[in-house]
Write a protein that binds this ligand. Structure first.
Ligand code: NAD
Length: 396
């Protein structure tokens, strides 16, 4: 049977025709907001762009622990339409200017920031000032200094900050982590990740991604981050050295301020190598493979919104573990609702988002220096392994 997430577009991420953004009318069957199970946590979604409309709001129809409590948008007409279809009153609609008034709305416990990357820090800090918990989209921010301020603001407010790494809640990726941990493919030698899509300057959702000030790093910040994060959670260790190279056609109007393709290598203390690439001028791809001393683990696609697959290659023959599909956005929001209720650990706190930012910036520094080696020694260590904390969940 076709799953809900498959209907919403298996490729997602704006990767061509397979991305389906539901018309507002398709929200009509939604459960009225604020009428959820007792204890369900209210979420205010900030920014009503492609990700919110296509994935996050539909997922909030499925979640048991969390429900849509408010919308924050610069476009009142659009917000009213979506609110009506979710049974939200007009009083639950905020603009970017009236956002701070959420402090007086006890129905909102979590603010989910789904804005261009350069706006993450500002709205995260304002949400903490309003006394709310924050789920913030990846990449965490644009600069490391912003990451530090976001983490400090959360600590000062005694509120949780989680970075929305959906793949850490996605069953194919969690299954892969478990396969790597149990030694099925032997000692991990190499993780190789390829992340990219075609971009279109005339699409407003791509235009800011192609702007260095707003995206903080083009394809690397937007899609390469999945490969970097996957390499780290698959190997369960942190890189100590990186290098990067870029291939960019500066005559292409898309690449005036950001690089197009960046390829990187990462060296890990165990001796494992991570390599990968991100690109904004290629067909939609989100794949990775882990090569062990005995076998290979291939996920292609590995990080789509749905339809991800896993193959263990080599040994006595290829095996394709069957993994039940689940709405990864719903799983992630349910999890964060439990984090703020004190029932689950925060597996992707600000420090986890900042570690990726540190690596992204190190790769960009290497690119700027002709591929020179850049050492990373931040002492970051993941507090919780998603393989054992999140585990394989079959329902949300
Ligand atoms: P989008 O451009 O489709 O939506 C962004 C929203 O922000 C729009 O509603 C837009 O109107 C609003 N906005 C407010 N001020 C703006 C400004 N100055 N310039 C441009 N837009 C402005 O983007 P999106 O694809 O929904 O991405 C939003 C965030 O979600 C980004 O941080 C992105 O990296 C992240 N994202 C994550 C995933 C994932 O799988 N986790 C997928 C896509 C996007």
């Amino acid at each position: 049977m076709e799953s809900d997430v498959t209907r919403r577009g298996v490729m997602g991420l704006g990767l061509g025709a397979a991305l389906t953004i539901p018309a507002a009318a398709s929200f009509a069957a939604a459960t009225p907001a604020r009428a959820r199970a007792p204890g369900s946590v209210g979420i205010a979604v900030v920014g009503l762009g492609k990700l919110s409309l296509g994935q996050i709001l539909p997922a909030l129809k499925l979640t048991k622990n969390a429900h849509l409590a408010a919308l924050v948008s610069g476009k009142p007409e659009k917000a009213r339409k979506v609110a009506a279809e979710f049974g939200l009153p007009d009083t639950a609609i905020y603009t970017y200017d009236t956002f701070d008034r959420i402090a007086d709305d006890p129905g909102i416990q979590i603010v989910y920031i789904v804005l261009p990357n350069s706006m993450h820090a500002e709205f995260t800090i304002r949400a903490f000032k309003a006394g709310k918990h924050v789920l913030c989209e990846k990449p965490m921010a644009v600069t490391l200094e912003e990451c530090e301020r976001m983490i400090a603001a959360g600590k000062a407010a005694k509120r949780q900050l989680m970075i929305a790494y959906r793949c850490q809640f996605e069953p194919v990726n969690v299954t892969a982590m478990r396969i790597l941990r149990d030694g099925t493919i032997g000692t991990p030698r190499l993780v190789s990740a390829v992340m990219g899509k075609q971009t279109d300057l005339s699409d407003p959702s791509d235009a800011w991604r192609l702007d260095m000030a707003m995206s903080g790093g083009g394809a690397l910040a937007d899609m390469g981050i999945y490969g970097i994060n996957a390499t780290r959670y698959l190997l369960l260790e942190e890189p100590v050295e990186v290098r990067g190279w870029a291939r960019t056609d500066r005559n292409d109007p898309r690449f005036k301020t950001v690089d197009d393709m960046i390829a990187w290598q990462m060296r890990f203390p165990s001796g494992a190598i991570g390599e990968g690439s991100s690109c904004f001028s290629q067909p939609g791809t989100m794949s990775w493979q882990a090569i062990g001393s005995d076998r290979r683990l291939v996920a292609d696609p590995g990080c789509f919104y749905g339809g991800n697959t896993l193959r263990i290659v080599g040994g006595k023959g290829d095996v394709q573990p069957s993994v039940a599909e689940i709405d990864q956005f719903g799983n992630e929001m349910n999890w964060f609702a439990d984090v703020v209720r004190g029932r689950s650990p925060n597996i992707a706190p600000g420090e986890e988002g900042m570690q990726d930012m540190r690596i992204l910036h190190a790769i960009m520094r290497s690119v700027a220096n002709g591929g020179a080696s850049v050492k990373i020694d931040a002492g970051y260590k993941r507090a919780h392994d998603p393989a054992t904390t999140v585990g394989i969940r079959t329902s949300i």
